[in-house]
Design a protein. Structure first.
Length: 355
């Protein structure tokens, strides 16, 4: 019964992928390929391992997905837990969890948006660092090989290798990155891959040597036979750049950090993606959101796009960065993103950094 369900699911996905490919290729031929304007739809990374779906954690609802699609977002960064999808290292995927992930992907793509898969585990498995004695690099490569084989051929799918690795040397993380890239390409998947650095992949710390070697130096050692990757960075505006406070006291420094990252991308002839940024609804913070997104939008030769953090059905209205709509309507932060979500110019529909 399990095997039948698995094969039936594969057949269904094959039909879905073919139809999606037709839509995407037709759109690309008509209007070029737009840079990514994304939203992090959080919820599937919540809860304890072993928890119950839709009680302890949840994937985004179709209503939430439709709302952000209608607002002009064209990409969803979709966080989930590695341990929940693959309960044992090097083991098969949990069929029920894979089905939930597949359903979310299908719903997002049906609304005309791309998907960024985001194992939201901070460079760890069960809180044990990748590349350490308990989680070999080969296990991380195994995970990505399996996931890449499952989604290979889906033109709307982007692979985000890992959310915010931290507390490990950049050289340790680089080995994991290259092993995962090798496994993805061996799976015959030519999808775009997003590569974070260590130190929570902060743009402000990208060139700092304080974390066992600077990302700006070490991560230039990325090896991808397809040469189809971009560096993912995150950047917040509060006092310690963590995104855990509602203040925007470091807004100028944060926007400057994205400008410096732009220079680094240009100098090294590589591309970047701003995978998380967000702020509270204070007017100065909304202005900072607009300014940071504007740096990315003004530099499409270097940046493939951005994704705002955060939204999702389970986020409370009291969460300062949350832009999940309430009974009162849109959240104020949308005003900072609105100029880019409503840009239908020819320049907007052609993103050189995605080629």
């Amino acid at each position: 019964m399990g095997l039948f369900r698995h094969e039936k699911g594969r057949a269904f996905r094959a039909v879905t992928v073919c139809l999606t490919a037709l839509v995407v290729s037709t759109h690309a031929a008509m209007a070029g390929e737009s840079c990514l304007r994304g939203i992090n739809l959080s919820g599937a990374e919540f809860g304890r391992i072993g928890g119950v779906a839709n009680k302890d954690y949840a994937y985004p609802s179709s209503e939430t997905i439709r709302y952000f699609s209608q607002k002009g977002f064209n990409t969803v960064r979709l966080p989930f837990k590695w341990e929940r999808l693959q309960p044992k290292l090097n083991g098969t995927f949990n069929a029920d969890e894979l089905a939930r992930l597949d359903q979310s992907v299908k719903t997002i793509e049906a609304d005309g948006m791309r998907v960024i898969l985001d194992p939201h585990d901070y460079g760890r498995y069960d809180d044990r660092p990748i590349g350490g004695p308990d989680v070999p690099v080969a296990a991380f490569a195994d995970f990505w090989g399996r996931l890449a084989r499952h989604y290979a051929g889906d033109p709307s799918m982007i692979f985000g290798l890992m959310n915010e690795p931290h507390d490990m040397p950049a050289s340790q993380w680089l080995k994991a990155v290259n092993a995962a890239l090798s496994a993805i390409r061996a799976a015959k998947a030519d999808n775009l891959v997003l590569v974070p650095g260590v130190a929570w992949t902060g743009a402000h710390s990208w060139q700092s040597e304080a974390y066992g070697g600077a990302n700006a130096t070490v991560m230039l050692g990325v090896k991808d036979e397809a040469q189809h990757y971009a560096y993912e960075v995150h950047q917040y505006f509060d006092r310690d750049f963590s995104g855990t406070s509602p203040d925007c006291s470091r807004a100028d420094d944060a926007v400057k950090a994205i400008g410096q990252m732009t220079d680094w991308l240009r100098q090294n002839k590589v591309h970047g993606f701003l995978g998380e940024f967000g702020a509270s609804a204070a007017p100065a913070c909304v202005a900072a959101i607009k300014a940071m997104a504007g740096v990315v939008e003004d530099n499409h030769e270097q940046w493939i796009g951005w994704a705002y953090w955060v939204a999702g059905d389970w986020w409370p209205p009291s969460e300062p960065l949350n832009i999940q709509p309430t009974a009162s309507g849109d959240r104020p932060q949308l005003q900072g993103l609105k100029p880019y979500l409503e840009d239908f110019s020819a320049a907007s529909s052609d993103c050189p950094s995605l080629r």
